[in-house]
Design a protein around this ligand. Sequence first.
Ligand SMILES: C[S@@+](CC[C@H](N)C(=O)[O-])C[C@H]1O[C@@H](n2cnc3c(N)ncnc32)[C@H](O)[C@@H]1O
Length: 193
Amino acid sequence: MEDKRLPDVLKKLARGPQIITLKDAAIISAFTGMSPGDIVVDAGSGSGFLAIYMGNLVRPSGKVISYERRPDFAKLAQGNVNKAGLEGYVTIKEKDIYEGIDEHDVDVITLDLPEPWNAVEHSVRALKDRGFLVSYVPTVEQVRRFASQCEKSGLKHVKTVECCVREMVLHERGTRPQIKGIMHTGYITFVRK
Ligand SMILES: C[S@@+](CC[C@H](N)C(=O)[O-])C[C@H]1O[C@@H](n2cnc3c(N)ncnc32)[C@H](O)[C@@H]1O
């Protein structure tokens, strides 16, 4: 791939389901301290953007295993991983994560799917002690249900955040914040084993 910097690579990839934005991916990696060598489980792969972002961070000694239950999206995500040149670090696994997580001693699990509470018990078994489970959902009701399931399963709530980034418009006649754009993406909840 001619472009080596991740934002340039991501711009050229195919899009299927709604992708996670770079601002939200950045918050996830910052607050979990994601680093080279980490083992990360992700679901669902969707277009593979978050998996690719994280694969770029954990290489060369770590890896990302991303679960996707729809064969068409698994194929799309795999194509994007190959285009990004990260196939050695990101594995797209065609499997419903609500049926179980095969990996153990996982550092971070990311859930960008509608019912993350269904993957909490599996996550508890897969995570290493002090590992992070992160959910990304659009509504407060989903946050509450996920946090409540985590509490029942013995995971400690660390924080729930929304990441708002407001761009500035630079004009000759004046500089001011952008007045249109995406106003809401998702709430990000961090819990810890
Ligand atoms: C919003 S997309 C994820 C986007 C992805 N994070 C990205 O940045 O490109 C949600 C994906 O989760 C998948 N999904 C939903 N439930 C799932 C499950 N139980 N196991 C695996 N994948 C699931 C959907 O098929 C869809 O592709």
